[in-house]
Design a protein around this ligand. Structure first.
Ligand code: ZN
Length: 138
């Protein structure tokens, strides 16, 4: 029996990297507003990046802090029960993330990772500002 609290569970489930999550939509809207055009969830690229800006040879992953083990982030705190299970799971996710990123970089893509917690309203402009800098950088 899993004893993760109800709130925690729904938070965790909400963080599952699904297609078209709210944080991802936020990023897409922002980029679109600034004139960037992109494709989505390109399955022919390692890790199926959420946003692909072919013109700039850049890909963006919008990652949930919990599932992708955002280091030092309060949202990545593990549930108090079944710690080992979660640790292993998150560790594997991170390993897979890293592998995909290395593959993408080898293929010449700029890889940009945005964590969910970096998209809070007060941080959005700053986060997206540096994302855009990365996108257009040579
Ligand atoms: Zn975070």
């Amino acid at each position: 029996m899993d004893t993760v609290s109800k709130e925690r569970r729904s938070e965790i489930m909400g963080n599952i990297k699904g297609v078209h999550t709210a944080p991802e939509l936020l990023v897409r809207k922002y980029l679109f507003k600034y004139g960037f055009r992109f494709s989505l969830h390109r399955k022919n690229l390692p890790g199926t990046p959420d946003i692909v800006l072919s013109k700039y040879k850049a890909v963006i992953f919008v990652s949930g802090c919990f599932w992708h083990g955002h280091i030092g982030c309060i949202k990545s705190a593990l549930p108090k029960t079944r710690v080992e299970f979660w640790e292993t799971k998150i560790f594997r996710n991170k390993e897979r993330d890293n592998l995909n990123m290395r593959k993408l970089e080898k293929l010449g893509w700029k890889v940009i990772v945005i964590f969910q917690c970096e998209l809070k309203k007060k941080d959005l402009d700053q986060t997206m500002g540096s994302v855009i800098e990365r996108i257009v950088s040579k």
